[in-house]
Design a protein around this ligand. Structure first.
Ligand code: ADP
Ligand code: MG
Length: 341
């Protein structure tokens, strides 16, 4: 079932089939499934994420930006594995109030991302619901066999790096909720854009293959996601709060309200990459940063540790203040209500 007045077939044909044109294996979205070839020596990397109106985005957000977000959160997962994206599927569940105009703008947002990352739409599903609108993207990528970046390879002594700036996602959400009114208009706009249109670090992820030992993307919050590397690697992390890179808007927000630093370090939705690198590969990281024109900042080191150490301070992630004293954070990032892990 599709939104009223537009049959499912016509909807797919009009709005989604043009997005599949570049990939012959998508069969024009006219067959039962897509048939894709992958290059020899490559492994297929698959990830899926759903965004729900009222949970992951606001129902009144511009449709183009909803599309960007639906794809970006998935491409970010591919980036964290070191994979190069090669396509995606889209399961769309349209709630009441979604009309052809909304879908046309949504499709334009998808088209923008497809162009930027050179990926086709290869299939999907379409349904209507009396409940909230939701989009499930399954992103497909490839990586040289046996070379994917995982969360599990970090070793004590590794330098911990983070890409771009941290905290804009959490601060941008506050702007979207009508908070942070004291900030300048341009800073508020910058934060809002980063929250609604995260920039998946796809080119960085691909270049980190063979350089980084472990990587994760920041979706739940820097401390929580770095905690995932620690757990998977059987190690702990020590980072300096003052070294965590903030954007100009993020710095202005924290200057106005120092309590927001905790929000920046534990909040989600940044979609930057956190990765660990043996000290000897520092020059390679600097080369990648220059080549991509992307800030890559060392924020701390992996240290020895075991699961559960320093609980209450973000699992096994220890955050030190300017005087070298450990800082305390609540839950170490956003957690869904049904569980603590
Ligand atoms: P079936 O009933 O066999 O699942 P569908 O009518 O759901 O078939 O889908 C027909 C074709 O249209 C398939 O190739 C499917 O991948 C594609 N398709 C359906 N919905 C979407 C969508 N939202 N985006 C992209 N492709 C879609
Ligand atoms: Mg179907």
């Amino acid at each position: 079932m599709a939104p009223a007045a537009l049959s499912e077939f016509r909807l797919i044909h009009r709005y989604f089939a043009p997005l599949a044109r570049a990939e012959p294996g998508a069969l024009g979205l006219m067959d039962d499934a897509a048939v894709l070839a992958i290059r020899k020596g490559r492994a297929l990397v698959v990830t899926t994420d759903t965004i729900v109106a009222g949970v992951h985005y606001l129902p009144e957000d511009p449709p183009e930006q909803v599309a960007v977000k639906a794809l970006a959160v998935n491409l970010s997962d591919l980036a964290a594995m070191g994979a190069t994206p090669c396509g995606y599927t889209l399961a769309a569940t349209f709630g009441p109030g979604i009309d052809a105009r909304w879908i046309a703008r949504f499709a334009a947002g998808l088209a923008r991302m497809q162009k930027r990352f050179a990926i086709p739409l290869v299939g999907g599903d379409t349904a209507a619901t009396p409940g909230p609108t939701a989009f499930t993207v399954t992103a497909l990528g490839t990586v040289a066999r046996g070379r994917a970046l995982t969360r599990g390879g970090a070793k004590p002594g590794d330098v911990i790096y983070v890409s771009g700036a941290i905290g804009d996602g959490a601060l941008g959400l506050r702007v979207a909720q009508g908070k942070l009114r004291a900030l300048s208009k341009s800073h508020r706009a910058a934060l809002l854009k980063r929250y609604r249109e995260p920039e998946p670090r796809v080119a960085l992820g691909a270049r980190l293959v063979g350089v980084a030992r472990a990587a994760v993307d920041v979706s739940d919050g820097l401390i929580a996601d770095l905690g995932h590397i620690c757990e998977a690697s059987g190690a702990a992390a020590e980072i300096a709060a003052a070294r965590v890179p903030l954007s100009a808007a993020g710095r202005a927000a924290v200057r106005a309200d120092p309590k927001l630093l905790a929000a920046a370090l534990t909040g989600g939705d940044d979609y930057e990459l956190v990765f660990t690198v043996p000290t000897a590969r520092k020059a390679a990281i600097e080369r990648i940063a220059r080549a991509l024109g992307l800030r890559l900042t060392p924020i701390g080191r992996m240290v020895r540790g075991k699961r559960g150490q320093w609980l209450g301070q973000g699992g096994n992630v220890r955050v030190l203040d300017a005087e070298g004293r450990p800082m305390r954070f609540g839950a170490g990032g956003y957690r869904h209500a049904w569980g603590r892990d």
